[in-house]
Design a protein around this ligand. Sequence first.
Ligand code: ZN
Length: 149
Amino acid sequence: MSAVPSLLLPCPHCASMNRVPRDRLAQAPRCGRCHEALFTGAPVSLTAATFDAHAQRGELPLLVDFWAPWCGPCVSMAPAFAAAATTLEPQLRLAKVDTEAEPALAGRFAIRSIPTLILFAGGREVARHSGAIGMQQIVQWARGNLPTR
Ligand code: ZN
């Protein structure tokens, strides 16, 4: 239920795991190790080395934009996705995976077209959407697909 007092949150800068009380999520928490802000209002770029910390070990739902620099619709959706981060944090973490730089991650999640949004919660994929959408649609789609707790 919603009585979970704290959750594990990987730092977007140094990837250390932080345990953050839920009632402090919205109070600009900082990393206990590198002292940087745990929420920056911007999507975090993930690699094969950092992906599992956020998608599996981290206890905050994660919304990932699988994209590539050569993909026109991906590039045009980027500002909407970045704006969605400012709205959805700290309820969710938003992240980006460059499928050209990280083909192993693209293969692992069988990304066939980009942009593809995947929502992870509880360490597993709970929803997927392919195709560019606007900021409000991103926010509504993510919130509408969050598991109820
Ligand atoms: Zn840190």
